[in-house]
Design a protein around this ligand. Sequence first.
Ligand code: AMP
Ligand code: ZN
Length: 436
Amino acid sequence: MEIHYWNKEIETADRKTIQAVQLQRLKAMVASALHTPFYKRKLPTVGINSPDDIKSLDDLKKIPLASKEDLRQNYPKGFLAVDTSEVVRIHTSSGTTGIPTVIYLSAADLDAATDIMARSIVATGATRGDVLQNMMSYGLFTGGLCMHYGAERVGLMVIPAAGGNTKRQIQLMKDFGTTVLHITPSYLLHIHSTLGEFGTSVKDLSLKKAFIGAEPHSENTRKKIEELYGIDAYNSYGLSEMNGPGVAFECVYKNDLHLWEDAYILEVIDPKTGDPVPDGQEGEVVLTNLIRHAMPLMRYRTRDRAFVHTDPCPCGRTHRRISRILGRTDDMLIINGVNIFPSQIEEVIMKIPEVGTNYQIYVEKQGSLDKLIVKVELYSKMFLGEAKQIDKLKAKISDELRASITIKPVIELHEPGVLPVFEGKAVRVVDKREKL
Ligand code: AMP
Ligand code: ZN
C-alpha cells in the first residue's frame, strides 16, 4: 500500500519526541490560558500560577476538567485569551439548549488547524489532482470551512457545495468529476437512494473516496456505503471545541482513527469517576487543545465514548488510534430498565441486506411501559413481492435486534423516502417520553 505523509517527521516521531512536543506546547498553552477569565480563576486554585508549574506531562492531571456547561456559562468571552483584534475567525455550535458555545481562532491558530486538516486528508491518500466536493454546511459550523481550508492547502480542487440540494450535488459530481466527498454518512446513504430518480447511477460518477463524519455511525454503515458506491470511506472525527474536523482521521488502512497527538492530548476517562481508564477500555474522550492560543481549552470532556488502540498501525504513524465513536455518554436509552445505545441498533440493522439507507429510532410511553419502535426503510424492490415476505423480514429484524439488545422492539418497515432526511447531522433517536 502506498503511504503518503504531510509531515513525515512528526507523523512518525517516536513517543518520546511526541511527549516532548506535548510538554512544551502544554506549557505554552497554560501561559495563554492564564490570560482568560476562566483559567485565571481556576488554575491558581490547583497551584498553577505560571507555565513553570507544569514540570511534566503528569501535571496535566492537576488542570481541572472543562465541560460544555463551562463553555456555556462563560459565553461569550470567558475563554478568550487575546484581544478580539487578534481574532480572525469564530465558529459557534448551538447544541440543544439554545445557549451557544463559541471558539475563537487567531491567524496562527487557523494556520495550525489547517495544517492538521491537511495532514488528515493526505493520510487517506487524497492528493493534488483529486476533486473534493465538500457537502458539510459552511458557516458557523466548523465542518465546511475547516475542511475547505485543509483541502486547499493540500492542493485538491475544492467544490464548496455545502449541504442540501441533492439534485445539484449529483450534477456537480458529474460535471466536475468529483473524486472525494466530505459528508455525513446519513446524507451519503440518502443520496444513493435518489440517484435513480435523477437518471444517474454510480457508474456515471468518478468517486473514489468519502470522508464521513460529524455523526456516529457503525462499521456496517461504512461497509454499506463502500459497497453501494464502490469507494473507500474514511472515518473523520472532530468537534468544534477542538477546531472541528481533523482531530482524528483514518489512514489508508481504515483501522480506526489516528488522533494527532502533537496537536491534542488524548485522555480516556471513566465518565462517572473521572479516573483514567486503561488503553483498550471504553470511556469518555477528554482532549486538550495544544494549537489554539486565542481560546485555550484543556481537558475538555467531549462526552464521546471510544477506546484507545495499543497495536501499531502498518502505515508507520505513531500517533495512537482511537476507536470509532461508540456513542455519547449521554445517549444511552433506558427502555423498561434495559440500557441500550443507539449504536447497537444501527450495527444490527445495517448488516441486514434488505435494509435500505435510512432508519429512525422512536421511544414512547404505552401506559406505564416504554415502547421502542425501530422504523426502517427498505429498498423499493422489497415491496414488489408478497406481503408474507415483508412479515418474515420484520420478524427477522426484530429477532436479530433482540439477540443484541435483549428486548424486542416494534419494527416498522417503510418504502424509501418516507423517513425524514437530514442533510447535516441526522437525528436518529426521537424520544417522546416525558423527561423527568
Ligand atoms: P460539532 O461540535 O457540532 O462539530 O459536533 C461534534 C460532535 O459530533 C462530536 O463531539 C461527536 O459527538 C460527533 N462526531 C463528529 N465526528 C464524528 C464521527 N466521525 N463519528 C461519530 N461522531 C462524530
Ligand atoms: Zn495508520
